[in-house]
Design a protein around this ligand. Structure first.
Ligand code: PLP
Length: 397
């Protein structure tokens, strides 16, 4: 039975966005700094900071821009090393290159989290910063990372692009590092088409990021009052123009009220399908970390005991059943496979991450799916694994 392709459609944007979008279209007031106060982008920043419990938020045009601005505001120098997990999205090393720094890739384990031994080996007092991508919402051990980075005075940026709503020992992911960066691109929990936001409690990092995002002249007066800090950086920093526009903010802000429900539904859906898949000897869904309460909107699992050819057959069999499963390291030109980041020049071989990517499967699991749709997805995945590996078990090869 093939699933309807509509199972992967997005949720509608909340009705509350429509009136605000209509008003913006009528007034033509799309630029964040035109209104004297309470522009939609400013209201989004106020509400999102309150939701996360952060002192400051700066909305920009993407999470990648937020990461770039973080590194510039933290004073990462040209050529300095920035540690990232080798399992992340290509835009992350790209943001580091954009900031003039040098990405250093750290091994990632079978559970999609950063390998702490390799992290410790590659981190040193001269490291410019660490950017921890909680890839697909899988949280790396933030206690261990903060302890090692703090001991050497290296600032930590959390790339929580895909982790909105995740808790680490009750703390919101994105608020543990010096800066947190999140995404509102359509495949994330909050769908703005495109968009990102930087959160921090650090006044100076915030003031610099505001100016560099494009708060030219005295537009910084429309941000929380840090007058002395803004004045000190006025004209001393480049203006990269990465601002968010009011239409995006009008679409994003009403979704803040939906986050808790989406997180709850996403977790229930994920855990339901994960439990079904873990009944198979050919599939392993790594568990959450003990300190982590996850907010998944997709599912990752590892194929166990498959050859490369069998893994390819598995991808084809799930596709034929209408379930979009990609093996990160096998789908052509996948942007999450580090060996495809040729813009970096020679990347080191990272055998642990490579082995994981060659068996780790990725499938979307939007929060709004019904139990019947979830069961159909789980059933198709289990059937594909059984069709390829089951015969071998029966005939003992
Ligand atoms: C989506 C994503 C990004 C990039 O976000 P944009 O808003 O599209 O720039 C970065 N890191 C991770 C882990 C992501 O999932």
């Amino acid at each position: 039975m093939a699933l309807s392709s509509s199972v992967y459609n997005a949720e509608p944007i909340p009705e509350a966005a429509r009136a605000e979008v209509e008003a913006l279209l009528a007034s033509g007031d799309l630029f964040r700094y035109t209104a004297q106060a309470d522009a939609p982008v400013s209201l989004l920043e106020r509400d999102f900071a309150a939701f996360m419990g952060s002192r400051f938020a700066l909305a920009v045009n993407s999470c990648s821009s937020a990461i770039f601005l973080s590194l510039r505001a933290l004073g990462v120098a040209p050529g300095q090393e920035v540690l990232i997990p080798a399992f992340t999205f290509a835009a992350v090393p790209s943001a580091i290159v954009h900031a003039g720094a040098r990405p250093v890739l750290v091994e990632v384990g079978e559970n999609y989290r950063i390998d702490l031994e390799d992290f410790r080996a590659k981190l040193h007092a001269g490291t410019g910063a660490v950017v921890i991508s909680h890839m697909r919402g899988h949280t790396s051990d933030m206690d261990a990372i903060m302890e090692m980075a703090d001991a050497l005075g290296v600032p930590v940026v959390e790339d929580a692009a895909h982790s909105l709503g995740t808790l680490w020992q009750g703390r919101k992911i994105g608020t543990i590092g010096r800066v947190g960066c999140l995404s509102f691109q359509s495949y994330k929990l909050v769908n703005g088409g495109e968009g990102g936001i930087l959160i921090t409690d650090d006044e100076d990092v915030f003031a610099q990021a505001v100016i560099m995002s494009g708060a030219y002249e005295h537009n910084w007066k429309k941000h929380p009052a840090l007058t002395a800090r803004f004045a000190a950086h006025q004209n001393a920093l480049p203006l990269y123009n990465m601002r968010m526009n009011n239409l995006s903010a009008a679409v994003i802000r009403p979704q803040i009220a939906e986050i808790d429900r989406r997180v709850r539904q996403g977790r229930e859906n994920h855990d339901h399908v994960a439990e079904a898949l873990n009944s198979s000897p050919w599939i392993d869904v790594p568990p959450a970390m003990p300190k982590e309460q996850r907010a998944p909107d997709s599912l990752q699992f590892n194929l166990v005991g498959f050859t490369d050819a069998e893994a390819r057959d598995f991808m084809d069999a799930t596709a034929a059943a209408g379930v979009g499963v990609q093996i990160f390291g096998m789908a052509a030109d996948n942007a999450r496979a580090f060996w495809n980041w040729r813009f970096l020049g020679d990347t080191p071989d990272l055998p642990r991450t490579r082995a994981m990517l060659m068996r780790a499967c990725d499938t979307r699991l939007p929060a709004r799916l019904t139990r019947a749709e979830l069961d159909a997805i789980a059933g198709a995945i289990l059937a594909a694994a059984e069709a390829i590996k089951g015969e071998q078990r029966a005939f003992g090869t």
